[in-house]
Design a protein around this ligand. Structure first.
Ligand SMILES: NC(=O)C1=CN([C@@H]2O[C@H](COP(=O)(O)OP(=O)(O)OC[C@H]3O[C@@H](n4cnc5c(N)ncnc54)[C@H](OP(=O)(O)O)[C@@H]3O)[C@@H](O)[C@H]2O)C=CC1
Ligand SMILES: O=C(O)C1=N[C@H](C(=O)O)C[C@H](O)C1
Length: 253
């Protein structure tokens, strides 16, 4: 049995994970942490992680970037593996996460779904072949109107994955409205749409001379992220210090 501490338990993802765990005999949530305390949960909920007095095997975090330093410090001080799913972290925060992984196991992933993690590999092959023929790369992501960070962590992960396959020679362009110049060849345009209840939609567009190739992922429910996070928690609870990602988890799917 993997004992989970759920950080951000009363948020949208925290509640979906509570539902998945309730039907999974291999996991249980032993405690939740959330600043808003308006939900009925079948486990104790704390508003401050420092007040936690139960043991857990792993922490899952779906909260807000500004709360990440606190959960990271707690995980480090108690030597508890941390599945970090919150997006919108600053470069400085990511550096702190990397530093902490010298002491504890951390799995950092902007998207816990199988489909996106498969696509993160497929875009590399497409980028290598198509940029060789001068195709331009644009990423368009769409999310619900409650999302606060933009562009999405997943859009950035796609850009980073593509750029890695292109020797990091591309720059990212988030805004064409302030310049009056033609598109640079070695850039990746990244664009965010926000509206309604869109769960999460990512299109990676390769546009060339007279043809367009588009790779696309659509999340139809938040369950795909929750199932991935619970699988990641089971995986990580057995690991020693180090940085992990969802590629390590989907290898076992
Ligand atoms: N990696 C992945 O696959 C996915 C990542 N995400 C990311 O996960 C994060 C959460 O998403 P979602 O559940 O939709 O967001 P929500 O806003 O619904 O949930 C976040 C929860 O964290 C709470 N919270 C805010 N500050 C703190 C704090 N200091 N300590 C503890 N809890 C706090 C919020 O309370 P309050 O509402 O009062 O602010 C809220 O209940 C986002 O960054 C999102 O981008 C989302 C889906 C998939
Ligand atoms: O906030 C969300 O909802 C999501 N956020 C993640 C991101 O920023 O990429 C993943 C998913 O698309 C849903």
């Amino acid at each position: 049995m993997t004992r989970i501490i759920m950080h951000g338990c009363n948020g949208k993802m925290g509640q979906v994970i509570s539902g998945i765990v309730a039907n999974d005999p291999e996991t249980s949530i032993v405690a939740g942490i959330d600043i808003s305390d308006h939900m009925d949960n079948p486990y104790p909920v704390y508003t401050r992680i420092e007040d936690l007095d139960v043991d857990g095997d792993v922490i899952i975090d779906f909260s807000i970037a500004s709360a990440v330093p606190t959960v990271l410090n707690y995980a480090k001080s108690r030597k508890i593996p941390l599945v970090l799913c919150t997006t919108g972290l600053t470069e400085e925060q990511i550096a702190t996460v990397n530093e902490a992984s010298k002491e504890i196991a951390i799995l950092l992933s902007a998207n816990m779904s199988l489909g996106v993690n498969l696509l993160l590999n497929l875009v590399k092959k497409a980028a290598k072949t198509l940029t060789g023929a001068n195709f331009d790369i644009e990423i368009v992501e769409k999310h619900h109107n409650q999302k606060i960070d933009a562009p999405s962590g997943t859009a950035l992960a796609f850009a980073d994955s593509i750029n890695e396959s292109l020797n990091h020679e591309y720059t990212y362009n988030y805004d064409r409205s302030t310049s009056r110049v033609k598109r640079e060849g070695q850039e990746i345009g990244i664009h965010a749409v926000r509206g309604g209840t869109i769960v999460g939609d990512h299109a990676i567009i390769f546009a060339g001379q007279d043809e367009v190739v588009e790779l696309h992922h659509s999340a139809l429910s938040k369950d795909i992220f929750a199932v991935g996070a619970v699988n990641a928690a089971k995986f990580l609870s057995q690991k020693c210090q180090g940085m992990y990602d969802m590629q390590n988890v989907i290898e076992n799917y």
